[in-house]
Design a protein around this ligand. Structure first.
Ligand code: THU
Length: 138
């Protein structure tokens, strides 16, 4: 990843928001404390965490919760130009396939997706690299 992607003020702002949300994760089953934050041009970041269910398949990922919260707050699909994922520890977490589908459909075409942690390692994608051959009906 370029240094720019992980050192700018915008990255730090998204990381701080995702880290705060991660501390609120409800993950009694996996112990993964995932935070995600999305941004729009000129807007405040919107962050969320994963929420697990005793009925495991009902678990909700941090990324989809953050996208849904941004949309509920008035952001329109296609306006989100960055999504950042944070997990505590030294290894960044790649987004799952379901979240990749949401990102392909709901992030802006040029959006960047960054995954970071407490260490220096980070992962990065552009929206259209996330899910080759993604299902689309529009
Ligand atoms: N999780 C996310 O929040 N995002 C992903 O992209 C992958 C997985 C959560 C769901 C579950 O609470 C835990 O991580 C382990 O799968």
């Amino acid at each position: 990843m370029s240094d720019d992607a992980t050192s700018g003020a915008r990255f730090q702002c998204l990381k701080a928001a995702a880290k705060r949300a991660s501390a609120n994760a409800w993950s009694p089953h996996s112990g993964f404390q995932v935070g995600a934050a999305v941004s729009t041009p000129g807007g405040e970041p919107v962050a969320a965490c994963n929420v697990e269910s005793d009925s495991y398949g009902l678990t909700q990922c941090a990324e989809r919760n953050a996208i849904a919260a941004a949309i509920a707050a008035g952001t329109r699909p296609g306006e989100i130009d960055a999504l950042l994922i944070y997990v505590p520890g030294e290894t960044p977490l790649p987004p799952c396939g379901g979240c990749r589908q949401w990102m392909v459909e709901l992030l802006s075409p040029g959006a960047t997706i960054t995954s970071c942690c407490d260490g220096d390692q980070a992962l990065g994608w552009s929206r259209d690299d996330l899910l080759p051959g993604a299902f689309r009906i529009r």
